[in-house]
Design a protein around this ligand. Structure first.
Ligand code: ZN
Length: 184
């Protein structure tokens, strides 16, 4: 397994729609493994392929110690609304409240090509919807009010200077120093 570079806001791939995965090959499984390793190194709970510069319609999540790979996911049910704070591994240090469905059910293929359904509430529901958005090129900042978005972008302009190539390279040795904010 290897750590992947995370593309940050401004990288064009983050705004592109992902493409359905045809065959689940060893290459796809390796991508999922590398995405897990990268997500854990970044202290994240979700990561979409678009965030590591890939086009596959695929994301990984791990909420409550339950790692899941969702390939070609579809939303099959949603219910209620809940507001909560979100961050994103592709927009480091920026946070904002987003209203999401309180409960969602998604259907997807796992890394062995088997269809499964996952129902999420609370943090898992939020995480699944956030990652699903990445597959459409949508980011959590798109949901912020104009004023909140403007202040988030002003802060991001300063943060972005840390990523001149619009890539975030993780250093496993930094792990111990990281704070505990969960990012998706
Ligand atoms: Zn994200």
């Amino acid at each position: 397994m290897s750590l992947l570079e995370i593309h940050v806001l401004g990288a064009p791939g983050l705004r592109q729609e992902s493409q359905p995965v045809g065959a689940i090959t060893d290459d796809v499984r390796r991508l999922a493994d590398d995405m897990f390793e990268t997500m854990y190194a970044a202290s994240g709970i979700g990561l979409a392929a678009a965030q590591v510069g890939r086009r596959e319609r695929l994301f990984v999540v791990d909420v409550d110690d339950t790692p899941l790979v969702l390939i070609n996911p579809e939303l099959v049910a949603r219910d209620g609304t809940a507001k909560g704070e979100e961050g994103c591994l592709s927009i480091p240090e920026i946070y904002g409240d987003v209203e999401r469905a309180a409960r969602v059910t998604m259907r997807a293929l796992d890394a062995d090509g088997r269809a499964f359904e996952v129902e999420g509430t609370e943090l898992l529901a939020r995480c699944l919807q956030h990652e699903m958005d990445h597959l459409q090129g949508r980011l959590f900042i798109d949901y912020l009010s104009i004023l909140k978005r403007r202040s988030a972008m002003a802060k991001w302009e300063r943060e972005r200077a840390k990523y001149p190539s619009l890539r975030r390279t993780l250093d496993p040795r930094d792990l111990a120093e990281q704070h505990n904010d969960e990012a998706l």
